[in-house]
Design a protein around this ligand. Sequence first.
Ligand SMILES: C[S@@+](CC[C@H](N)C(=O)[O-])C[C@H]1O[C@@H](n2cnc3c(N)ncnc32)[C@H](O)[C@@H]1O
Length: 247
Amino acid sequence: MNREQISRIAHADHPIKSPLDDASVRRLLERGLPRGDERVLDLGCGSGEWLLRALAARPHLHAEGVDVSADALDQAQLAARHRGVEDRLVLHHQKAEEFTSSQPFDVVLSFGATHAFGGLLPTLAAAREHLAPGGRVMIGEGFWDRTPSQQAVEMLGDLTDLATTVDRVVADGWVPVAGHISTRRELDDYEWACWGSLAAWAVEHPGDRDSAQALETATLRRAEWLRVYRDTWGFVSLILHRTPDLG
Ligand SMILES: C[S@@+](CC[C@H](N)C(=O)[O-])C[C@H]1O[C@@H](n2cnc3c(N)ncnc32)[C@H](O)[C@@H]1O
């Protein structure tokens, strides 16, 4: 069983691959896409769930998604067909950091994919290149809610605390106009959804040649969450405008 198959099963009950519940995703999309006719780009779109939800609720929206996972993009394409939005969605199978477009976007989204660019600020720098004047960025990133162990840093990267994370964004030339800090419940629900789904799949497919690996992975990842980062890792979503020149 490869990484993509594991991810597909783990996210079956939580297609947004970030610790946000449906109400939070809806609220962020409402704040980020107030007109409903925006051109939206998702860098690291995975199976496209953010774009699919945005498109389904806004018949005049157009969206493009970029991801390196062919499997995730196939899922996105299939789901777009099922939801009747495929004529307004373009998917690009390539590295997000190498994506170029001749037309700018009103909104650039990137959730849980800042590692692709080497961190939060390089992701914002990439988003800026794609943004139309007056456009918005919607970004989701981890932060340290408490001092992490060395093991947690090695696993999740060199993050900062929430206030410092927002300060860095502001110092980089952005104004946060809305945001959401994932609740304990959203964080826990996400992890249970992932590792519970994988364990359930293993239990429900005892004769499958991949079931032992699925259960072992679910057990390991659940233990890493509970022992290494549950008490220290948080997740913040921000809607950002470029800092205006107010004279
Ligand atoms: C945690 S998932 C988030 C998916 C989606 N944004 C969401 O919130 O549902 C991270 C995604 O980043 C993608 N990714 C990783 N490196 C990438 C790169 N260099 N370029 C584009 N996508 C990348 C992965 O394939 C994966 O789909």
